[in-house]
Design a protein around this ligand. Structure first.
Ligand SMILES: [Zn+2]
Length: 375
């Protein structure tokens, strides 16, 4: 069996949804790396449930692990989304019609298998100075491992390739991901005497209508590299009131937006607060709270950057943008150039159809080896 298929099959057999420890994947990777005489260092933390999680940093033989000047980091996460109970073959990889199926096949154990193959199947002589491999935990639940890595200050890479399924296109830009919860407060009363209370639901409805109007203005700021080329906004959930015969005392809704690169991080939150101020100016009893739950910035590497150009040249594919969130948002805050790249198509990920094309695995191995050798 080809080495990359063997690595990927072995990795799929190790369950690693984010709620479990990623120890199994880390240990497997370490064994492969140590066979190739690479050195590694674990950065361990406990997640919110107290489960051990590990970020791993590895360096080629003869390079100083402690050197924080990193020319090129090749990075990917080690967790998967949970697989559903009606997918009995989630952890039993199989190949059919040139495609390898299994949980994590493309998101993103495929890329990890390619990394391990490109390291274990070839000599480390001639690799770029300051090369690192970085494996992270908890990407699927909010890039928590990558956040720990950055907070430690131990890594300021000049160029980073982040593995995610992009059908081998170098993705040099991605929208951000932000989430907030808005709570609108009213005053409860018996619904037979509505004038005794103040309905939080009516107030929230006015708020939401104003947010919808504001969202249409977001298309005025365009970024031509995306489709749609503007920051999108969605109110995905709403909860309010306690019973049909009570004037609602509280109403909450979740507001999500995906900012384009270059947009000020405060643009949407300050507009939302502005809407609240306007509502309050006409209704002195209007009261609300905005709580930002997530604020992940967009990223963009210049079209002319060295890394973008070299992955374009190596793959023969032009740079693109990605519509999904990734660790690139975080890494872009410390790295000079970031490219997201990997085998497989995200449209099969997070489903029981998840697969990766074997020919793309082979191509990715060649491409990673060239990158490691400074091409
Ligand atoms: Zn992923």
């Amino acid at each position: 069996m080809k080495m990359v298929v063997e690595h990927l099959s072995n990795l799929i057999r190790i369950p690693s949804p984010s709620y479990l420890s990623n120890r199994g994947i880390i240990d497997y990777s370490k064994r492969a790396l140590h066979q190739a005489r690479w050195q590694s260092r674990e950065m361990i933390y406990r997640d919110g449930a107290g489960v051990e999680k590990i970020n791993l940093i590895a360096a080629p033989p003869d390079q100083c692990m402690d050197d924080t000047t990193v020319e090129l980091a090749l990075m990917c996460h080690t967790d998967t989304v949970p697989y559903s109970a009606d997918w009995p073959q989630a952890l039993e990889p199989f190949v059919t019609d040139g495609l390898l199926y299994g949980c994590g096949a493309c998101d993103v154990k495929g890329f990890l298998a390619c990394l391990l193959t490109s390291i274990t199947a070839s000599s480390s002589s001639g690799v770029v100075d300051g090369l690192r491999l970085i494996l992270t935990a908890d990407e699927e639940v909010g890039c928590i491992g990558a956040a720990h890595l950055i907070a430690s200050g131990s890594m300021k890479p000049k160029r980073v390739v982040i593995g995610e399924p992009t059908s081998l296109h170098p993705a040099r830009a991605g929208k951000g991901y932000c989430l907030a919860e808005v709570t609108v407060f009213g005053e409860e009363a018996h619904s037979a005497h509505p004038q005794k209370g103040r309905s939080a639901i009516y107030k929230a409805a006015r708020f939401i209508t104003a947010v919808e109007e504001y969202s249409s203005l977001l298309s005025e700021e365009q970024h031509p590299f995306f489709s749609p080329g503007f920051t999108t906004l969605n109110i995905g959930t709403i909860q309010g009131g306690t019973a049909k015969n009570i004037v609602a005392g509280q109403c909450k809704f979740q507001l999500e937006w995906r900012p384009i690169p270059g947009q000020n991080a405060d643009t949407v939150p300050s507009a939302i607060l502005g809407i609240a101020d306007t509502l309050q100016s006409v209704d002195p009893y209007f009261k609300c709270k905005l709580q930002i739950l997530r604020q992940q910035a967009a990223f963009e590497s210049a079209e002319s950057s060295k890394l973008v150009r070299s992955v374009e040249a190596l793959t023969g594919r032009s740079a693109t943008s990605i519509p999904f969130g990734s660790e690139a948002s975080l890494l872009a805050s410390v790295a000079g150039e970031v490219v997201v790249f990997g085998p497989g198509d995200m449209q099969t990920a997070h489903s029981s159809r998840e697969c990766v094309r074997l020919s793309e695995l082979d191509e990715a191995v060649d491409c990673l080896r060239s990158l490691m050798n400074g091409r």
